[in-house]
Design a binder for this molecule. Sequence first.
Ligand code: PMP
Length: 423
Amino acid sequence: MTVDHPGSEGAGSPLPARRDTRLDPYIGTYAERTHGMTASAVRALFAVANRPEVVSLAGGMPNIADLPLESLGGAIARLVAEHGTRAMQYGAGQGEPVLRAQICEVMAEEAISAHPDDVVVSVGSQQGLALLTQVFCDPGDVILCEAPSYVGALGVFRTYQTQVVHVAMDADGLDPIALREAIASCRAAGKKIKFIYTIPNFHNPAGISQPLERRREILAIAKSEGILIVEDNPYGLLGFDSEPTPAIRSLDDGAVVYLGSFSKTFAPGFRIGWILAPHAIKEKLVLAQESATLCPPVFSQYTISAYLQNFDWRGQIKKSRELYRERRDAMLAGLQAHMPPGTSWTRPGGGFFVWLTIPAPLDAEAMLPRAVTARVAYVPGNAFYADGLGTRHMRLSYCLPTPDQIIEGTRRLAEVMGNELSI
Ligand code: PMP
């Protein structure tokens, strides 16, 4: 595997790629599970997509330019001066107790009532996914995922050699009828279903959200079938038009494991997320966390704790929501103005992503190099399916480019699509 590309959400690297074309002498030595670890062809294109002349609608990087960086710098300096010897020391495997209590306050915004003892701090919610999969899944176990689903979760599930079974969504998210059918057919085939993985708010990549009633339905099915729900919710506080919908975890504290993150509401560079789990599961997760990292990064935890305590984090999230709403509006306006007939798209009420369905015979994966030549980038839909489907779709993100860039990006994209359609 040549690792010469930026991260899965498109972070740029200032270093030139070092290409080593020699045959890998360890090829027969790697574990079975590495065979599933493939770098998608698309990722190499992201390096090109980061060039300034390209409008990248591909990445999922939050806008952090508006954080109060100067006063944060002051707070970090004080942290070092006053608590440096603790903040730079090893800490608890479960995470710092003060931060865990603050995390419970953050979750209360989505009607979750939780005890700090049931929270495990993780290295982003990405590590939460890895720890959960490690704790629950043997090779061949089934995880039920929305179709499409988060590319980073699919990567983790593949690494642990699980079988992803996709379940259709409708305009209200995960479809309960399809969910029942998937459960029945997996069981009929003698498969073990370990959990339902769902992103109920401002879905990545689909841009849809489950209304409260749908959450209740999915929970009822999961409970009656004895299947755990993993609720992945990094975008829940980034809704544009209304109060947050209560989390699935707020409806039940025994059947749901909840994943949260500071990556989108504060900054991803600290790499701090969390898992809220029923007690017995939490115990296993702490053991898994200790063996993975000894403890999650203590300095990051202290910094986030200071931020939550001393800054108006709710006001900051409100500002972010306004910024992202303006960008969402720009994207919807650009798509409306430019897209060829036969194209459709979701209208997200929050988060970062629009899911575009393109007319036949267009193929989003095949078209990407030509789009990049035309100075616009996106993620082709098949990245979000475990089974290679999805090439009639693409994910467009509006979180990082400016409104003008977004509109220009949709114009360029529509032009590429128009050219392909007229060939
Ligand atoms: N889940 C979803 C749905 C995401 O979109 C992301 C980030 N793109 C993550 C988990 C991981 O986020 P982090 O590890 O930064 O918390």
